[in-house]
Design a protein around this ligand. Structure first.
Ligand SMILES: Nc1ncnc2c1ncn2[C@@H]1O[C@H](COP(=O)(O)OP(=O)(O)O)[C@@H](O)[C@H]1O
Ligand SMILES: [Mg+2]
Length: 365
């Protein structure tokens, strides 16, 4: 996939901007608070997801205005597409000029991977960040995963409502099973796909970490599911049976806590450096390298599975790395279309041929 043009209107501090990207390396450079991350964020929104910065959609509209627009022309291996998002009273998405029933219809259309300082949360924060990482990636890759997530969330909500209602009406107890069967069915699909995904990701990200750290440290990841180590479990059917049993045996506890204590909504990716938790024991630098390895690993998984190269967005990554590591990363991403932001053109960045955009006060200069 290749994005050819981006047009922004009243997007944060950007009144009007029109950029023609190169199909290889693009460098957006400028001082702090000029609008570099805003450009990266706008491209990310075209994936159909919310901003990686958090906050509300309305925060994105330029102060004092009532609408913001993002429009991009891009090319997949088979066709040209114009995607447009408008943010006003609500978010609207248009594909080739036609209004879609929901902006989430963009998910899977515009493959992008992104790494920004906010993504350090992947290592530092709790399990929900890592589940989100898996879900965002897998939803881009697989419509059946999207469907399973939707059905699972619905069943989870229903079972949780029931758990609360049981205190008033204990006769409802047997109804739990109906939702547990649904949770086991869709939960197993989710876990099975996550396990397969992690298998790919493991190889790619360990490889990247080795490259960044010169093999001095051992990086590894593992998907930990249903509170067990997963040994001897291979098929979706086995996962389904296990989840069904665990939901049943957890009922008493779940009734007490009024929530469902087991399932893919509680799973995690454990991340280790030299066999120790990267979250607990990793230094700042190790955590940054670990997060970057997962993100660059994700880029390669998407390419491997879809045969389509995602657009790679790297926000403010290079300044934190020494020249050797910068060089390794440039090498790793050289076959992708990349958009990088930076405050300085020194170091490795200056050595690479790319299209350079200098941004000042929300405009090109
Ligand atoms: N809704 C908004 N309207 C106008 N300006 C905004 C809005 N949201 C953020 N900004 C401004 O955008 C600038 C930050 O842009 P950003 O892309 O994060 O900078 P950087 O170039 O450092 O990456 C800040 O000056 C901020 O005040
Ligand atoms: Mg920035």
């Amino acid at each position: 996939m290749e994005v050819n043009n981006l047009a922004l209107t009243q997007y944060r501090n950007i009144e009007n901007l029109n950029i023609d990207f190169s199909g290889n390396l693009n460098i957006i450079y400028g001082r702090n608070a000029q609008g570099k991350t805003n450009i990266i964020e706008s491209l990310w929104l075209l994936t159909g997801y919310k901003s990686f910065r958090g906050g509300k959609d309305s925060d994105i509209i330029m102060f004092g205005k009532d609408i913001a627009k993002i429009k991009a022309e891009y090319q997949t291996s088979i066709r040209k597409i114009v995607s447009e998002i408008t943010l006003s009273d609500k978010r609207r998405a248009y594909k080739n000029g036609i209004l879609l029933s929901s902006p989430s219809k963009f998910v899977g259309e515009f493959p992008v991977t992104i790494f920004s300082p906010a993504h350090l949360a992947l290592i530092k924060d709790g399990p929900s960040e890592r589940r989100k990482f898996l879900d965002v990636s897998l939803c881009q890759l697989s419509p059946s995963y999207r469907e399973a997530i939707k059905k699972y969330r619905y069943a989870l909500m229903q079972r949780n409502i029931l758990l609360k209602d049981l205190q008033y009406n204990s006769q409802l107890y047997d109804t739990l099973e109906i939702w547990e069967l649904q949770l086991a069915l869709y939960g197993a699909k989710i876990i099975y796909k996550r396990l397969k995904y992690i298998n790919y990701l493991k190889n790619f990200s360990e490889n990247v970490y080795n490259g960044i750290c010169d093999k001095a440290e051992k990086f590894s990841i593992k998907y930990v599911f249903l509170n067990c180590n997963g040994e001897n479990i291979e098929s979706e059917e086995e996962i389904k049976q296990l989840l069904k049993e665990k939901l049943k045996s957890g009922r008493k506890n779940d009734v007490l806590l009024k929530m469902t204590g087991i399932g893919p909504h509680r799973d995690d990716i454990c991340i280790y450096i030299n066999g120790k938790s990267a979250r607990v024991f990793g230094s700042q630098g190790q955590q940054r390298s670990a997060a970057l390895s997962l993100k660059l690993g994700e880029t390669e998984v998407i390419k491997e599975i879809t045969n389509e190269s995602p657009l790679v967005l790297l926000d403010d990554v290079m300044s934190e790395l020494d020249y050797k590591r910068q060089d390794y990363i440039f090498n790793k991403i050289k076959d992708y279309q990349v958009i990088i932001t930076t405050c300085e053109l020194s170091g490795e960045i200056g050595k690479h041929e790319g299209k350079i955009f200098r941004i000042e006060n929300g405009g090109l200069s």
